[in-house]
Design a binder for this molecule. Structure first.
Ligand SMILES: [Zn+2]
Length: 203
């Protein structure tokens, strides 16, 4: 028996997942009929509650009634994230934007299980700050250029761009942007590539 006519009309019968609710063997061949019963209809208190609930759905404000501040937290969080994402979307030239265009994505977890040293290296590669490419700042030196092709020696150049490293790179992965590299390529292959180049120890 069910007090919802629409439920009976719309949902075909399915066997319940809970085995305790499964039909007994001796009833498997039995005919089962579903019957609608009026339930709360006509009970004044229930009718009043139904009217109030339907009226509340049509309101556009809470009419000044107090609500718990914690009820607003999800709305505030969603709004702040949308503003943050909008500002971040305008930062297309930022080198980190290619790596993490969608804020909130838990990218660092993809390197988990690769070991502490590899995870550290992967984190440095994602943010684009490695000893290999940024130590010139600490040493107060000129920014280095790639010894192979004379381009600026930055992480993106080493991982994706350098034409002189291409043959070595192809042995480990074939993606052409950092977004796919950090999502589709196993960290062990990226580390293998850097070891092959002889620069992994300087990451
Ligand atoms: Zn190069």
């Amino acid at each position: 028996m069910c007090n919802s006519c629409s439920l009976l009309d719309q949902n075909p019968w399915q066997a319940p997942a809970d085995p305790r609710c499964a039909p007994q063997p001796d009833l498997e061949e039995s005919m089962i009929s579903f019957v609608w019963i009026p339930a709360h209809v006509g009970i004044q208190g229930n009718e009043n509650v139904d009217k109030l609930a339907k009226a509340a759905l049509k309101r556009t404000s809470t009419s000044g009634k107090l609500i718990c501040y914690s009820d607003l937290k999800p709305k505030i969080n969603t709004y702040i994230k949308s503003v943050w994402q909008r500002d971040w979307d305008a930062e297309g030239a930022n080198k980190l934007h290619e790596v993490l265009p969608n804020l909130g994505e838990d990218l660092h977890r993809r390197g988990e299980g690769a070991g502490r040293k590899r995870e550290t290296a992967m984190c440095r590669l994602r943010v684009g700050h490695t000893w290999l490419t940024q130590s010139y700042l600490l040493k107060n030196e000129q920014q280095p250029f790639c010894y192979a092709c004379d381009s600026l020696y930055i992480v993106r150049h080493i991982l994706i761009e350098c034409p002189d490293f291409q043959d070595t790179r192809r042995k480990y992965f074939s993606v052409t942007d950092l977004y796919r590299l950090f999502r589709e390529v196993n960290p062990f292959r990226i580390v293998g590539y850097l070891k092959d180049l002889g620069v992994y120890g300087k990451i």
